[in-house]
Design a protein around this ligand. Structure first.
Ligand SMILES: Cc1cc2nc3c(=O)[nH]c(=O)nc-3n(C[C@H](O)[C@H](O)[C@H](O)COP(=O)(O)O)c2cc1C
Length: 305
């Protein structure tokens, strides 16, 4: 018998723990042909904002050892076009859809969440309060009080699964997490990218027009694992892990640390089938150990101290 990979968060049962990280999986069907969208546990969209955004000036991507810097700057066409043009595509796919949103004010987040709360195609909302590449992107995870405000206001307008995306750029990381839990978040995504920089020594200029960019990929995996573990050690709240997950072993590390789901990000650019390979790898891991369910693996890390 095949092991049970299903994962429950709030009132949603995801068929398995493998999902994608916002902004790394195109904006609708780009990965078709490599990925069976109906085999993913969930689909997470790129950040959608209230108004269209052009994003930051080029160059805005730079490859680094074991990772990349990006300063895309939340380029997107805005919520109205998202609802009109993208939702119809996702409505045909029988996989829970999580829409990632960002704003510059509490009002922006509330407006976006409210609009999405009316759509049956949307299973959950992911609050991006941790984008390092835009003005005010990190504001709401800079202080527990601000994080509380945005999460509680959004909570009051949507009954949908509410996930808050956090970053180690928050100086009081666990304080922010605690504030979000108190404000009613149902889960966390951890982590967003971490600001970094690269310089072209010939031109003596930053490699990115934005100077700083968010570092992602395997380079940040141990950091992400630490933060996922820290959340799980302190709070009984589901976590969707992100940060350098490239293969089955990486995904299992996060699940053993306590993550409910694993989001594949930068690895999609290197190996577009990464999610599918990780999914069958997890299934094999359970099968070889005669484990019946992913619940027998989650949070089983043995720590002596
Ligand atoms: C090119 C690129 C674009 C991204 N865009 C978004 C975004 O729009 N919203 C968001 O919340 N995170 C965004 N992220 C962050 C990822 O969702 C993820 O949290 C981070 O990259 C860590 O995972 P990874 O190391 O597997 O890529 C982006 C990352 C990359 C590399």
């Amino acid at each position: 018998m095949k092991p049970d990979l299903s994962v429950k968060i709030k009132d949603i049962t995801f068929r398995n723990p493998v999902t994608v990280a916002s902004g790394t999986f195109g904006s609708e069907g780009e990965y078709q042909g490599w990925v069976d969208y109906e085999k993913l546990g969930a689909i997470v969209t790129k950040t959608v904002t209230r108004k269209p955004r052009e994003g930051n000036p080029m160059p805005r991507i730079y490859e680094t050892p074991a990772g990349m810097l990006n300063a895309i700057g939340l380029q997107n066409k805005g919520i109205e076009e998202f609802i009109e043009k993208k939702i119809p595509f996702f409505s045909k796919i029988r996989t829970p859809l999580i829409v990632n949103i960002a704003g510059e004010s509490v009002e922006d987040y509330v407006c976006l969440a409210e609009k999405l709360s009316h759509l049956k195609e949307v299973s959950g909302v992911e609050l991006n309060i941790s984008c390092p590449n835009v003005k005010k992107g990190l504001e709401f995870c800079a202080q527990p009080g601000l994080a509380y405000e945005v999460v509680s206001e959004v909570r009051s307008v949507t009954p949908k699964l509410l996930i808050t995306k956090v970053s180690p750029e928050a100086h009081d990381f666990l304080g922010v997490v605690e504030a979000c839990v108190k404000a009613g978040t149902d889960a966390f995504t951890a982590i967003n990218t971490i600001r970094g920089m690269a310089i072209d020594v010939e031109a003596r200029r930053p490699r990115l027009a934005n100077v700083f960019g968010g570092l992602s990929g395997p380079a940040i995996r141990p950091v992400a694992l630490r933060y996922v573990y820290e959340i799980k050690r302190r709070f009984d709240v589901p976590v969707i892990a992100a940060g350098g997950i490239c293969c089955t072993n990486d995904a299992l590390e996060f699940i053993i640390a306590g993550a409910h789901m694993v989001a594949v990000g930068t690895a999609n650019f290197v190996e577009p089938r990464a999610t599918m390979e990780i999914l069958s790898g997890i299934e094999k891991y359970l099968g070889e150990r005669r484990l019946e369910s992913i619940d027998e693996v989650r949070g089983t890390v043995k720590v002596d101290c």
